[in-house]
Design a protein around this ligand. Structure first.
Ligand SMILES: C[S@@+](CC[C@H](N)C(=O)[O-])C[C@H]1O[C@@H](n2cnc3c(N)ncnc32)[C@H](O)[C@@H]1O
Length: 232
């Protein structure tokens, strides 16, 4: 993993290489750091994402950028058939889910058109090289009437919460991540928030991709956002 905290954020093929290397490097302690730095709230956010799918039992749901499989497990608990996709071999090797996992780039899924009933994605929107292409790829593989629930970090609207969260995310998270795992990686992760477009822009991209009713839910005071929608 070669992203230095003082360098500009990588783009294009370099971003893809850096992101994959980063998650390979932190995979062993990824779950532990997540639980500690979110004070365990991350599991509740994933449960909420699964609830918002509102699909019939045994629907096929693709968890894109599945990492170590936390969302796959929640999907299975919710009665869905889950399949995970991720391009980090290290993250997949640490996975603790019985769902089938596929090593693949989520921008080029090895799937037929309109194959899935639903798609989830946890905390990876800012990691893909081209977000609009990612939304197009989701729209390609999901059937009409299928549902999406996409999570990522966010900044609270309330100015006090925003300041506190900004301090925690940019100052405390790198220290926790550095102590428990990899200092370079956890210095990069807060910076990667700069990749995430404003909420209205992401909603517009989703509507253009084919999710006309796309909407955004703010979780835990706005530190996490959940984009949901239906494939038209
Ligand atoms: C922050 S982790 C999230 C993992 C998991 N979804 C969760 O909720 O904990 C981001 C994941 O996105 C994966 N990822 C990023 N870009 C990807 C891409 N283009 N194709 C496949 N996986 C990707 C990384 O390998 C990493 O496992």
């Amino acid at each position: 993993m070669t992203a230095r905290a003082d360098l500009p954020l990588p783009e294009g093929e370099e971003k893809r290489r850096v992101v994959r290397g980063l998650f390979d490097a932190i995979s062993g302690r990824y779950d532990l750091v997540n639980r500690v730095m979110t004070l365990g709230m991350d599991m509740g956010w994933r449960r909420r994402a699964v609830r918002e799918l509102r699909l019939p039992g045994r629907s096929l749901v693709l968890d894109l950028a599945c990492g170590t499989g936390d969302l796959c497990r929640e999907l299975q608990r919710g009665g869905y058939l889950a399949v995970g996709f991720d391009f980090s071999h290290g993250m997949l090797a640490e996975a603790t889910t019985t769902a089938p996992l596929v090593e693949a780039d989520v921008l080029r899924l090895p799937l037929r058109h309109a194959n899935a009933d639903g798609v989830t994605c946890g905390f990876a929107l800012r990691n893909v090289v081209d977000l609009a292409s990612f939304f197009d790829e989701i729209a390609r593989v999901i059937r009409p009437g299928g549902r999406i629930a996409l999570l990522d970090a966010s900044r609270p609207d309330n100015s006090m919460l925003r300041a506190g969260h900004g301090f925690y995310f940019s100052r405390v998270v790198p220290v926790i991540g550095g102590l428990l795992s990899n200092p370079t990686a956890y210095a990069y992760l807060p910076r990667s928030m700069a990749y995430l477009p404003p909420a209205e822009e992401m909603l517009e991209m989703l509507r253009t991709a084919g999710f006309a009713d796309a909407m955004r839910l703010q979780l835990s005071g706005g530190i996490t956002q959940l984009l949901v929608g239906t494939r038209m």
